[in-house]
Design a binder for this molecule. Structure first.
Ligand code: PEP
Length: 251
């Protein structure tokens, strides 16, 4: 099996002033990285520049939380991939459940955002996940396969090379409710099987699949122990330096 480098990513959402973001990332540069993981933080746009500057000599990579699909234009409040890159981002989240449910990002919009990010060389962390209602109706994989099929439509395996998938069950985000390691493993394995069926086994084995949803310092070890879990996308606990440092240095 392909050896996949783990990824620990923190999504800071709409938190932190520039001063707070600078203090947090400065603490994280001293966190160590015993698993040689790829460490990513996704600050608000306002802090992208300072966080990039402060991580220049560290292993921490900087992601945008979203990008618009156009390069520029009359899109008040939006940020283009060119602007995110200019501020220092080398990656971007696309399709976070809050973008889907609060801001109405559809699969079609997300597909355009993925294209725009890739056009400008931003690595994509593409988020998928089911609601509680969908899970209880037995539709988890149907929903996720639809999100992958439509969100990543019209790209070849070569174009998608390096894409990172984040499985984030909506019912586990910010709720304190974590999927059990077994539930996470089951869905991750099914996503990998979908990638193998749709692209190739080589692509499926090489693609990192992150789990997100109330990952904490106290549950990261058991989640990361699962064979198809290649990393974590962390919200709440990525805002607390000691907690996120412990997650980065999972056992
Ligand atoms: C997230 O927003 O991606 C997330 C997983 O949040 P939390 O860890 O707070 O559940």
């Amino acid at each position: 099996m392909t050896q996949r480098t783990p990824i620990i990513a923190g999504n800071w959402k709409m938190h932190n002033t520039i001063t707070e973001a600078a203090a947090l990332v400065t603490a994280l540069t001293k966190a160590g990285n015993k698993n040689h993981a790829e460490i990513i933080v996704a600050p608000s746009y306002t802090s992208l520049h300072i966080v990039t500057r402060l991580t220049k000599d560290s292993e921490i990579q900087v992601a945008a939380q979203d990008v618009h699909w156009e390069d520029k234009g009359a899109f008040t409040s939006a940020v283009s991939p060119i602007q995110a890159k200019d501020a220092g981002a080398t990656l971007t989240l696309i399709g976070h459940s809050e973008r889907r449910s609060v801001f109405g990002d559809t699969d079609e919009i997300l597909n355009k955002k993925v294209a725009a990010a890739m056009r400008h060389g931003l690595k994509v962390i593409f988020c998928v996940g089911e609601t509680l209602q969908e899970r209880e109706a037995g539709k988890t994989m149907q929903v996720i396969e639809g999100q992958l099929k439509n969100g990543l439509a019209n790209f070849t395996e070569e174009q998608l090379n390096g894409i990172i998938i984040a499985y984030e069950p909506v019912w586990a985000i910010g709720t304190g409710k974590t999927a059990t390691p077994e539930q996470a493993q089951e869905v991750h394995a099914a996503i990998r099987a979908y990638l193998a069926k749709t692209y190739s086994d080589k692509f499926a084995q090489a693609t990192r699949i992150l789990y997100g949803g109330s990952v904490k310092d106290t549950n990261v070890d058991e989640i990361m122990a699962k064979p198809d879990v290649d990393g974590a996308l962390v919200g709440g606990q990525s805002l607390i330096a000691e907690k996120f440092a412990r997650i980065i240095n999972f056992n």
